[in-house]
Write a protein that binds this ligand. Structure first.
Ligand SMILES: NC(=O)c1ccc[n+]([C@@H]2O[C@H](COP(=O)([O-])OP(=O)(O)OC[C@H]3O[C@@H](n4cnc5c(N)ncnc54)[C@H](OP(=O)(O)O)[C@@H]3O)[C@@H](O)[C@H]2O)c1
Length: 239
């Protein structure tokens, strides 16, 4: 296990859902956090008894590349280091093979938020992660990045790509101690699944359980790399 004391973690989409659960868990474990959200005020007072020394709230909009650079710059200005990046922000929109209408815009939005922004943040933080000697990246992909359900294709394509990004990041940073994990959960009880009818909220994965897994994988030694983590709430196509 690595010593987490003083380690700095950036988390995108930290204002709600899985990102918020990860932020709360890592703060409790002793990490310093740089939290990114497109609405910076939505990050205020989310973590109980938090100290300004260990938390920085920043504007991050996946669709606006200038905010990627600014977020990394603000993080370095405050903490002078980055040890871990959690690419969590994501969106889902309906794009099926069978669609007859043109939904290129929905596809482009998902590519930008779910794939291009995580790649951009990985590139910007990689020099600092390498310098850390035990840099960590977690990409919150999805079970939809490992298996395809019916003819729904848009979200799944982007999450398969997020898994590919994870493996490329692991290879690219390996010699400098960077380890990367693709987190691939099935249904998680968040706003994103509030309209799902096929699985009840009570049967879905808890964001707190995922946060506990993230806390564990990023604290493992460089010699215990977890490349993919598949998490199910029911007997699925995979695992
Ligand atoms: N819920 C599931 O069943 C499930 C399963 C597998 C994987 N995932 C993945 O888990 C991640 C987190 O999802 P969640 O379930 O926690 O969903 P959520 O509750 O809907 O939260 C999504 C988060 O992403 C942020 N976000 C969306 N678009 C953004 C943008 N353009 N710039 C910056 N942030 C943006 C949201 O910010 P705003 O508050 O500003 O909208 C929010 O913080 C996503 O990558 C999702 O694909 C979810």
């Amino acid at each position: 296990m690595i010593d987490v004391n003083g380690k700095v973690v950036m988390i995108s989409g930290a204002n709600r859902g899985i990102g918020l659960a990860i932020a709360r868990s890592l703060y409790k474990a002793g990490y310093s956090l740089s939290l990114g959200s497109r609405n910076i005020s939505s990050l205020e007072n989310l973590i109980e008894n938090s100290s300004d020394d260990r938390i920085l709230n920043c504007h991050f909009d996946a669709m606006d590349k200038s905010t990627h650079t600014e977020w990394v710059t603000h993080t370095i200005d405050k903490f002078n280091k980055i040890d871990c990046l959690i690419n969590n922000a994501g969106i889902v929109e309906s794009v099926s093979v069978e669609d007859e209408e043109d939904n290129e815009d929905a596809l482009d939005r998902m590519w930008t938020v779910n794939v291009k922004a995580p790649l951009s943040l990985t590139r910007l933080t990689l020099p600092y992660l390498k310098k850390s000697g035990s840099g960590r990246v977690v990409n919150v992909a999805s079970l939809a990045g490992k298996a395809v359900y019916g003819s729904s294709v848009g979200y799944s394509m982007t999450k398969f790509a997020a898994v590919a990004l994870s493996h490329a990041t692991r290879h690219g940073g390996w010699d400098h101690g960077v380890r990367c994990t693709a987190l691939c959960p099935g249904y998680v009880a968040t706003d994103m699944t509030s309209e799902v009818e096929s699985v009840s909220i009570d049967s879905m994965i808890s964001p707190d359980d995922l946060a506990e897994l993230v806390r564990t994988v990023i604290s493992l030694s460089n010699t215990a790399s977890i490349a993919e983590l598949i998490v199910n709430c029911r007997p699925d196509i995979i695992a």
